[in-house]
Design a protein around this ligand. Structure first.
Ligand SMILES: [Cu+2]
Length: 691
């Protein structure tokens, strides 16, 4: 077994037989992407911790950090970019969270044990994954294949059963967390039926100082997948996923999730037989519906606020392969988001605003991508993408009522917080994105690439239309959060250089990039954090110019038979050039150093996770302040005593250190903690039975 944190496999080099369908898959053969794809067998062998959700798992990838707001719902950050700057797909469906305080981004709905492949593409290296997404792409997929009626094959042996079954149980001593996993596939050789689900329940974890911030959660999900490979090898698949969260506590936010439910429907047709111009083709349809209720009373002692919200998205994509190295595609998505701000005033609940006032964003895109092999060693790739985007706020003029003076329209809030009369109406955007990349291989462990990309991102529903009001008095103005319907789109121009080589006896992978962003969308306060207890203290948005640069380095060294060390480092530097200050939510130099011993049946490892002090911050809206550096240690052991049974145990944060990453939210509930600290010492384990 491969016990390394995640397997390093390119789709193109995958050991599975390459079928024509793969031509529509994206094959990015540059070093920085070499660790981008986490395959199913690797997810099972991520034996260095129990990840609570997709975001938590992605922390294993060098250069991916997370924003923590509670025990669940870790928000991934790639190269200083998060949320709407990353395009996230769950089984091909575009999923936008139904919460403007980012409780429930796409990754938070993913229980990683239920997915087979996770792909992370850092930066703008492909144009085939929807509009925008300048920070990168994250996809979570279940990959199901039919197997012979004489039984599933494992390790060269045929089980003689038409069923494949996986059962698992994990535990976590600190939060008393438990996850139960079940996954059953039935196949008759051509068709398959898969039922896959999990349930997680965790209490509040304890930090290194013994504080128990409000971080409990409960999630459950199941998926039903029905599919078939035709005689010609094409694949047709339908899937339905039900995802439910309840009582998810966020010490880092003013409210908690009472419930948050997501239903995803997917239809996929992957054709491997030529049709028209195309040698192979992919047609996918999806629908994701989300209902979210957050409040500050179900799990707290207060009783004043609740916001029901929804985010519904449907769309489709068609991608065709033209010969060996070209792909032509068209995709469409339509998202509607609604949220209603409610507050109890003088014992009466009032619907104050349409906080997401019928925010509708549709995106129609057309793209072409080509890999041109110049020689056996060098490849020139390029891609170009055009997006037509329509944005509207259909309820911006709706008044939720006239019983109380705080009941206002979204338009009246935009006008109160920006210059002139500001109303949200229909807007139309034409965005052009693309990339050029040259890569050259000069040996089995030696290569480099250089890429230049442009990525244009239209502002999201929150940035354009959010309308959260407050009492019109003193410090209450700080609670207002008002989008700007007149924002421009963000334009990212990125130059990236990557290389892979042997360096001082280690196998080195490195990439360095500089991203010049014009019209970067930033959130600020007109009073600039001086808090004059006026309307100027509200959180609002504007476009600025920004520069983000950074690097990722990974050094792997063999220290003898079965023994190796890995050093991962990543650094991001962000500047708001217009306001002459650091960008918020930027990780300092961080990384990890691990020593691993692994044989075919057992592995042991120790890992040191560290981050430098972050002195560059902007605490006016998003950052808590300066963050001290830290070093914490993890120990882990894994074993596969007999084929099909996998046991993993470990201790995270061995020294029970109190620490928080710079990105973690401020702690709104505990006066003794300035932010939501990471968990203290945790003993964890898992047993997975696969037969
Ligand atoms: Cu929420």
């Amino acid at each position: 077994m491969n016990n390394y944190k995640y397997l390093i496999i390119l789709i193109v080099l995958s050991s599975q037989t390459l079928i024509a369908e793969d031509l529509t898959e994206i094959q990015i053969s540059v070093p920085s992407e070499a660790n981008a794809i986490i395959k199913n067998e690797a997810i099972e062998s991520i034996n260095t911790k129990n990840a609570v959700d997709g975001g938590d798992l992605l922390r294993s990838v060098n250069g991916v950090n997370t924003i923590r707001r509670g025990g669940h719902g870790l928000d991934p950050v790639i190269r200083g970019q998060s949320d709407q700057r990353l395009n996230s797909f769950v089984d091909g469906a575009v999923v936008y969270g139904a919460c403007s305080t980012k409780m429930d981004l796409a990754s938070t709905y993913v229980n990683i044990e239920n997915y087979d492949t996770i792909t992370v593409i850092k930066g703008a290296q492909s144009v085939a994954y929807g509009a925008g997404g300048p920070g990168g792409i994250i996809t979570y997929e279940r990959v199901t294949e039919p197997f012979s009626t004489s039984g599933s094959t494992k390790g060269g042996q045929t089980s003689g059963s038409p069923f494949k079954i996986k059962l698992g149980q994990t535990f976590d001593s600190n939060a008393e967390g438990m996850t139960t996993i079940g996954d059953i596939t039935y196949s008759n050789g051509q068709s398959y039926f898969r039922l896959n689900g999990s349930h997680s329940d965790a209490g509040n974890y304890e930090t290194g100082t013994g504080l128990k911030p409000q971080t409990e959660y409960e999630t459950s999900n199941y998926a039903v997948i029905l599919g078939k490979r035709t005689d010609a090898g094409s694949k047709i698949e339908f899937s339905y996923t039900d995802n439910e969260k309840k009582n998810v506590a966020y010490a880092g936010l003013p409210m908690d999730i009472a419930y948050s439910n997501l239903d995803i429907y997917n239809f996929k047709y992957h054709r491997v037989v030529p049709i028209g111009f195309f040698s192979s083709m992919k047609l996918e349809l999806f629908n994701s519906d989300m209902d979210h209720l957050m409040d500050n009373y179900a799990m707290r002692t207060t009783n004043t606020m609740k916001t029901p919200a929804s985010s519904d998205t449907y769309g489709w994509r068609m991608i065709g392969a033209l010969g060996s190295g070209s792909r032509l595609g068209v995709d469409y998505e339509h998202n509607t988001r609604d949220a209603e701000q409610n507050m109890v005033i003088s014992s009466t609940n009032r619907h104050l605003t349409y906080m997401w006032p019928g925010a509708e964003i549709s995106k129609l895109g057309l793209f072409y991508e080509h890999n041109n092999k110049l020689s056996d060693e060098s490849t020139f790739s390029y891609g170009v993408r055009w997006d037509n985007i329509e944005t509207d706020a259909t309820r911006a003029t709706d008044d939720p009522g006239s019983d109380h003076m705080l009941q206002v329209t979204a338009n009246s809030l935009y006008t109160a917080h920006y210059t002139g009369t500001v109303t949200a109406g229909k807007r139309d955007w034409d965005n052009i994105s693309g990339f050029l990349r040259f890569s050259k291989k000069s040996g089995p462990m030696s290569s480099y690439y250089v890429s230049l990309s442009r990525n244009e991102r239209t502002p999201d529903a929150t940035e354009l239309f959010h309308a959260k009001t407050s009492m019109a008095m003193a410090a209450k103005y700080r609670d207002r959060h008002i989008g700007n319907p007149n924002l421009d789109s963000e334009k990212h121009t990125t130059l990236e250089l990557g290389f892979e080589n042997m360096f001082l006896g280690s196998h080195m992978n490195a990439s360095i990039y500089v991203n010049d962003v014009s019209d970067y969308i930033t959130t600020y306060r007109v009073s600039d954090g001086t808090y004059d207890s006026s309307v100027n203290d509200a959180r609002v948005y504007k476009n600025v110019d920004a520069t983000i640069w950074g690097y990722e380095v990974s050094l792997k060294r063999s220290l003898g038979t079965n023994f190796s060390s890995t050093l991962n480092l990543n650094y991001t530097h962000g500047d708001d050039d217009s306001q002459n200050r650091p960008l918020p939510q930027i990780m300092p130099l961080s990384g990890n150093l691990s020593f691993d011993y692994e044989t075919a049946i057992v592995n042991y490892g120790i890992r040191m996770n560290f981050a430098d002090t972050q002195d560059r911050f902007d605490s006016r809206v998003l950052d808590t302040g300066r963050t001290g550096g830290y070093t914490v240690y993890d120990l882990y052991v894994g074993s596969e005593p007999t084929p099909g049974i996998r046991l993993n145990f470990g201790v995270s944060n061995l020294t029970d250190k109190r620490y928080a990453t710079h990105l973690n939210n401020s702690n709104t509930l505990d006066s003794t903690a300035d932010r939501v600290d990471e968990p203290g010492r945790t003993i964890w384990g898992s047993i997975i039975y696969d037969f």
